[in-house]
Design a protein around this ligand. Structure first.
Ligand SMILES: [Zn+2]
Length: 88
């Protein structure tokens, strides 16, 4: 049996140019980003390792609105409306 740290993820058979097959491991992806208030999945946030995300363009890393990457859009809308009500 392989090491404990290598037991997660999928395994895939790869064929070499010489015709031999060997088993390789495809690691699990990190979990989705979640909204801070409702806990739902965040759209527009890439799912990958730190290195994979660093390789993306800055505009692809998180939504470019206030609280982008922390709150989902319905929660942000609700919060902004409540803040406006308290000001008036
Ligand atoms: Zn939310």
């Amino acid at each position: 049996m392989v090491r404990r740290s290598l037991r997660s993820g999928k395994r895939k058979l790869i064929k070499t140019p010489s015709g031999k097959f060997y088993l390789t491991r495809i690691p699990d992806k990190p979990n989705y980003h979640h909204c801070a208030t409702c806990g739902g999945k965040l759209h527009g946030m890439p799912r990958g390792t730190q290195i994979e995300i660093r390789r993306l363009h800055k505009s692809q890393r998180s939504p470019s609105r206030p609280y982008g990457g922390q709150l989902c859009s319905p929660c942000l809308k609700r919060q902004l409306i409540e803040k406006n009500r308290s000001l008036n």
